[in-house]
Ligand binder design. Structure first.
Ligand code: DHB
Ligand code: FE
Length: 284
């Protein structure tokens, strides 16, 4: 059977992708940010994942205001990087495990999660930047080292799903994966955050104390953490801090008890606090 062996939490700041694509990662501004991912890339290689289940949000790239699904599962054979204004990122096309994605869609919907099925979808920095951070440099003619099943969560227009809903969706994803009859090693990514606000009077807001507590509680108190109301993300972590609800999907899909094997936190990166964590299932 397929199994989720570990979870990765990771910010998805678009400027990180630009720094990698323009070979600027060793510039004084970026060096300490990327240094924290050296161990992660080694870990990722050793983890030897067959499939990455990647929870992210679209930033009005694949969807515009005319249609905003709460949860959209990528079921296409592949996903091309979108043009976000500077041309598509020069990274490989993202290849799906289509059979497993279809199985997960069926399992989730019959488990009463009303998932939108995406048979065509372009992917933006929300998905490609965490892949680049964890897998390192890969050019357009390369392949990503693993297949990727994307799950897109609406955190762009209220109402976004609650942390509780996301945590329970994680549990349902685990059941879906474990009922897939092929020995596959699945690593789940929860992306976005940490604290940041991109607009209006509090633009530039970072709350490092809140971010640290969030990372601590991910291991020690995941259920309590998932109960945090949207207004607290907004107040404490800025208007875009609500991206953090996607980390609950990742955490909900893991064992109750996990091992934190790596953590990295860095400010500044563009307008955002970069946060990263690797959690291994104790059972794996
Ligand atoms: C920034 C961060 C994001 O999460 C995003 O989607 C866009 C921009 C930033 O910090 O610049
Ligand atoms: Fe974002």
């Amino acid at each position: 059977m397929a199994r989720i062996t570990a979870g990765v939490g990771c910010s998805h700041v678009p400027a990180i992708g630009v720094a990698m694509d323009t070979k600027n990662t060793q510039a004084p501004y970026w060096k300490p940010c990327f240094a924290g991912f050296e161990k992660s890339r080694k870990w990722m290689k050793e983890a030897n994942a067959d499939v990455i289940f990647l929870v992210y949000n679209d930033h009005c790239t694949a969807f515009d205001a005319s249609c905003i699904p709460t949860f959209a599962l990528g079921c296409a054979a592949e996903f091309h990087p979108a043009d976000e204004g500077w041309g598509p990122r020069p990274v490989p096309v993202v290849k799906n495990h289509q059979k497993m994605a279809s199985h997960i869609a069926q399992s989730l919907i019959l488990d009463e999660f009303d998932i939108t099925i995406m048979n065509e979808m372009e992917v933006d920095h929300g998905l490609t930047v965490p892949l680049s951070l964890m897998f390192g440099e890969h050019g357009v003619d390369d392949e990503w080292p693993a297949l990727v099943i994307p799950l897109c969560v609406n955190v762009v227009q209220y109402p976004a799903p609650t942390g509780n809903r996301c945590y329970n969706l994680g549990k349902a994803i685990r059941l879906a994966v474990e009922s897939y009859d092929e020995d596959l090693n699945v690593v789940i990514f929860g992306t976005g955050g940490m604290s940041h606000q991109l607009q209006y009077k509090r633009a530039g807001l970072i709350n490092s104390e809140w971010d640290a507590e969030f990372l601590d509680r991910l291991t020690s108190d995941p259920v309590g953490l998932s109960q945090m109301p949207h207004v607290e993300y907004l107040r404490e972590a800025g208007s875009e801090g609500v991206e953090m609800v996607m980390w609950h999907v990742m955490r909900g899909s893991l064992d109750d008890e996990v091992r934190e094997v790596h953590r990295h936190y860095h400010v500044p990166a563009s307008n955002t606090a970069v946060g990263h964590i690797i959690l291994e299932n104790k059972s794996s």
